[in-house]
Design a protein. Sequence first.
Lengths: 119, 172
Amino acid sequence: MDDSRDSHPDFLREVLTPRPETVERVVRNALSPDAEKTAVELAPWRASFAAALLAGVALLFAWQLERSSFEPAPAAISIVNEGGVVIATSPSGDWLIHSGGDPEPERSGIIILSYGGQK
Amino acid sequence: MDLEATVRELAPQLLRFCLGQTGDAAMAEEAAQEALTALVQRWRRHGPPDCPAAFAFAIARRRALRLSFQRRLLLPIQILLEGRSPLPDPEEQAAGRTELGRTLAAMRRLPGRDREALLLVAAGDLGLAESARVLGISLSALKMRVHRARKRLQQLLEERKVGHGRLSRFSS
């Protein structure tokens, strides 16, 4: 132990001082071979209990995970284009219709091809 | 080093520290008992640790914290099951008027880190270097915590004295 003790005299030591019989009991219990045996016997019991508890939680978690993975995936929205109108059908059966407005006018053009000609 | 002499020397120190930490004599005894049993077990199997005091105090500290936490956690259930009032009973109130009761009540109002630093040094009678080792902090940090805790505790106890004096005058 180092010598750098708390230099101030403290009333805490006096106030918190235990009864001599309590000190004696604690010392006797600590030094008795039974206490050590009890501690040794208790340690594996506690460890196995904790392991069983952890295994239970892990099993529950795995079961929940498995259950959630079997649930059917929600159907995708189908989108169909019918004559310039886009029809979207949601999984619940609602239809969302979007009109694209006036169809783009068809383009037409005249291509003139000339052969030869004046130079 | 002698095992029995070490245990005899450490027992009152651990009991004081644990009582200050938990505020309950039964819990303090349980925590100190477990720390000493662990020390004896370690000593008999693998020889004495480098610093038996630091070894025992580190275990007592953890155990005392765990017991206090368990008590706080189970208190509402106990109140429900036993139909006990959450207010202290007359016996507890009487104990609160003793010097020990007042000190423990003031200790409870200190920040946890400062309280355990003060208790290790002042009540546990542990050296400064050993206390710093148990708490895993530097020596200067420990000194600061002890100083702060001591100052605050003094303030709290004086406030309580003043309050108690006023109450006595009022009731007489």
